[in-house]
Ligand binder design. Structure first.
Ligand SMILES: NC(=O)c1ccc[n+]([C@@H]2O[C@H](COP(=O)([O-])OP(=O)(O)OC[C@H]3O[C@@H](n4cnc5c(N)ncnc54)[C@H](O)[C@@H]3O)[C@@H](O)[C@H]2O)c1
Length: 267
């Protein structure tokens, strides 16, 4: 522990598994007090059992009401809020426009953008008064390599993640100077439970179940690393800390260097 977040009060939205769960542990190890909003009751119960001092709200982050309840729980426990992190997301398992039936497009679009984009907006809106009151408020949204490059998700996931990147830019502009807003853009990640969409019949499918995922992740990036939520969590710690006090509207890219990959040779 180095105390980078000593005294900070954080709400982490979507923290029952994967990256958000790792951010909970990293923030606590750096001295922050942490509250959580999580939709999955079983994951919430497991977190409460492991960390009884973490106030956990069970609710759907795509709704204003659940975010209001979670902010109120954090404020009741800690007296205020300094950092909002959103790690909510769902995936489309690489469906291209040709793979998507026109009949499911309306529902799939709504499910993807409601979860990946609207939940972020609602959580920021609900936390805003407390973050302003904090005097050093920070918002951290979870982007992806899919916020920058094609090929690592389908058309709905990619466009939703570009939208999260847009939120970072717009919110950083609108909320300065009181609140810093940044993104973390992880590459493919080990050990998460990223789920699909009900409308595409993949709600119970988890990206974490993909076979040989570690080898596949390492092979696709210049650094040949397969990163986990624990690796990414330090980017959130840095951006939440005063070490990043001059940084807003940016993203940190813990992705093994995918942006400097050489173009594929033509065979
Ligand atoms: N897994 C990857 O390879 C990867 C890569 C880049 C970016 N990301 C992004 O990282 C973020 C976290 O993904 P992860 O891989 O850790 O997945 P995850 O499913 O393990 O974590 C997401 C958490 O959010 C919760 N959640 C989902 N919808 C919710 C809702 N409506 N309300 C409240 N909680 C909800 C889930 O139950 C889960 O606990 C997502 O935004 C994802 O798009 C993931």
């Amino acid at each position: 522990m180095t105390g980078w977040l000593e005294g900070r009060r954080a709400l982490i939205v979507g923290a029952g598994s994967g990256i958000g769960r790792a951010v909970v542990d990293a923030f606590r190890s750096e001295g922050a007090r942490v509250a959580v909003l999580e939709r999955d009751a079983a994951k919430a119960a497991a977190l409460e059992a492991e960390a009884p001092d973490v106030p956990v709200t069970v609710g759907d982050a795509t709704t204003r009401a659940a975010n209001d309840t979670a902010v109120a729980a954090a404020v009741a426990a800690f007296g205020g809020l300094d950092v909002l992190v959103n790690c909510v997301g769902v995936f489309d398992f690489y469906r291209s426009i040709e793979d998507l039936d026109a009949a499911v497009l309306d529902d799939a679009f709504d499910e993807m953008f409601r979860t990946n984009v609207k939940s972020h907006l609602h959580s920021v809106k609900a936390a805003l008064p407390e973050l302003k009151r904090s005097g050093h408020g920070v918002v951290l949204l979870t982007e992806s390599t899919s916020s920058y490059y094609p090929g690592r998700g389908g058309v709905l996931y990619l466009s939703s993640k570009f939208a999260v990147r847009g939120l970072v830019t717009a919110l950083a502009h609108d909320l300065a100077p009181e609140i810093r807003v940044n993104g973390v853009a992880p590459g493919g990640t080990l050990g998460t439970d990223l789920r699909g969409l009900p409308s595409l019949g993949t709600a119970e499918r988890s990206l974490g179940d993909a076979p040989r995922r570690a080898e596949e992740l390492a092979a696709r990036v210049p650094l040949h690393v397969a990163l986990s939520g624990e690796d990414h969590a330090w980017s959130y710690v840095f951006l939440a800390s005063d070490r990043a006090r001059g940084i807003t509207g940016q993203a940190v890219h813990p992705d093994g260097g995918i942006g400097v990959s050489a173009p594929r040779k033509r065979s």
